[in-house]
Design a protein around this ligand. Structure first.
Ligand SMILES: Cc1cc2nc3c(=O)[nH]c(=O)nc-3n(C[C@H](O)[C@H](O)[C@H](O)COP(=O)(O)OP(=O)(O)OC[C@H]3O[C@@H](n4cnc5c(N)ncnc54)[C@H](O)[C@@H]3O)c2cc1C
Length: 441
């Protein structure tokens, strides 16, 4: 059946930035400084209700970090910069003249045509399944932090923060700030790795002062290296966990467990558009050249999508992408040293918080791995790869489209996830019908 649909007029823009986290904001500000292009139109879209991404959640203007406030205050006064919040990119195609993007928000859908695009879509947490991980009260580490930042009540609640990486300390500190009683931090990395990481911070003095501040906030908390959660227990909701704490198994009573095993780049949008990915490690990242340009001409990527490295790396990558995308080559080049400095920090994070092999063997036969489609661990054990798992068990075919279980399976079984499919996320049929690519149904 051929249906001709009425569409909203397409919006044309010079530069479309996806993601208003540190990388996206820095990119917008750098692009806006292209003095020789005063009429340059910049559009920034983000599915959150305000700017800031993960680390500056709640709005860049509200943060203690002056870089966030400065960035926001400069951008908000520019007439050629438009923000589109609560809007997600659900479909995008690239051509030699630019990219066509379908944006969905609660009022409907909107087509964009962008001469250039910067993807600054950030990262998400890696969840590894263990018995009881689907109990109410168990969440990601950054996940609980995000809920608490959005007024979810944690006051007086006993919380165990577990997983790996410096993020655990940041999460614990922000939960404490909101009145929670963080009883333990369980870090899977070894004492030796942590000591080496601490020593390596001499190369990044700003991280030492951050670490000291966090250490003071967390001074009364039991911080255990070489420790990880074995299982979570409770009848209706979480009541206690069993954990391997430096060689001994211990039970800890708690109301919440916030558990995340580092971050993985969000590559779906880039992959769906056809950008090449670097698949040399368990979790792919978007491949970029020195200008942060992807394998697609006119499409750039900055921030955690190119590899997880923290806010400082996201900021400088964003700046380089914004400058390069607007032809400010010399200014971009001047930032290369700063980028390589933070890339080294990123490499140290990867090295010292490498996940231990025991974490692959926590699931029992009946542990759910895909919680959208209720697929158990024993159903997956006999599958040869991700495709076979999908076809035989529906693993990864639910609402999250494998964003959670796909990454877990990469880690548990060393499977490579399929290429991203369009649309990138659950989308209203009406939006797709409005899309220029799909007007024939
Ligand atoms: C849950 C979580 C909590 C974290 N907490 C901390 C912390 O406390 N301290 C710390 O130092 N670091 C924290 N980090 C790490 C931190 O995210 C990074 O260091 C930094 O924010 C990276 O910036 P970014 O701009 O690359 O990505 P992000 O800040 O993640 O921003 C990406 C933005 O893109 C948007 N987006 C993605 N896809 C689409 C799409 N298709 N359409 C529209 N919008 C889209 C997202 O909504 C998001 O706002 C956290 C990370 C996560 C995942």
């Amino acid at each position: 059946m051929n249906v001709k649909l009425h569409r909203k007029e397409k919006i044309h823009t010079d530069l479309l930035i996806v993601g208003a986290g540190p990388a996206g904001l820095a990119a917008a500000l750098a692009a806006a400084s292209a003095a020789e292009k005063p009429g340059l139109q910049i559009d920034i879209v983000d599915d959150n209700i305000s700017s800031g991404g993960q680390i500056w959640r709640g709005g860049a203007h509200e943060q203690k970090d002056a870089r966030a406030r400065d960035c926001w205050n400069s951008l908000i006064n520019l007439s050629n910069v438009r923000f589109h919040f609560q809007s997600k990119v659900v479909h995008s195609r690239s051509s030699p003249t630019g990219s066509t993007v379908l944006l969905e928000n609660r009022n409907g859908a909107q087509d964009f045509h962008a001469k250039k695009m910067i993807l600054a879509t950030g990262a998400r947490e890696l969840f590894l399944p263990f018995p009881g991980w689907t109990l109410p009260g168990v969440s990601g580490a950054g996940g609980l932090q995000a809920l608490a930042k959005n007024a979810y009540p944690v006051q007086g609640k006993r919380i165990v923060v577990a997983g790996t990486g410096p993020l655990l300390m940041a999460v614990a500190a922000s939960l404490i700030e909101r009145g929670a009683v963080v009883t333990h931090i369980l870090e899977q990395s070894t004492h030796l790795n942590l000591a080496q990481f601490a020593l390596s911070l001499l190369a990044t003095p700003s991280k030492i002062s951050q670490g000291i501040k966090l250490g003071l906030t967390l001074r009364k908390i039991h911080y255990h290296a070489n420790s990880y959660v074995l299982s979570a227990h409770g009848t209706q909701k979480l009541q206690h966990i069993r954990a391997h704490i430096n060689g001994r198994v211990q039970e800890i009573a708690c109301d919440f467990l916030a558990c995340g095993y580092h971050l993985i780049p969000n590559t779906e949008l880039a992959a769906g558009m056809g950008c090449a990915l670097d698949e040399s490690s368990n979790h792919p990242r978007v491949e970029v050249n020195q200008w942060q340009e992807t394998s697609l001409e006119h499409v750039y990527c900055a921030g955690e999508g190119t590899g997880v490295g923290g806010v400082d790396l996201a900021l400088v990558e964003g700046e380089i992408a914004g400058l390069a995308a607007t032809g400010q080559i010399k200014q971009a080049q001047a930032l290369f040293n700063r980028r390589s400095h933070w890339k080294k920090f990123s490499a140290r994070l990867e090295k010292y918080f490498h996940l231990r092999s025991e974490l692959r063997h926590l699931s029992q036969a009946d542990t759910l791995v895909c919680r959208c489609e209720d697929v158990r661990y024993d159903q997956l054990q006999d599958q040869s790869d991700w495709r076979s798992a999908k076809l035989h068990t529906r693993c990864g075919m639910g609402a999250c489209q494998g964003r959670i279980c796909g990454a877990a399976c990469s880690h548990l079984f060393a499977w490579t996830k399929d290429a991203a499919r369009l649309p990138f996320s659950a989308t209203r049929i009406a939006s797709l019908l409005e899309d220029t690519h799909t007007d024939s149904v």
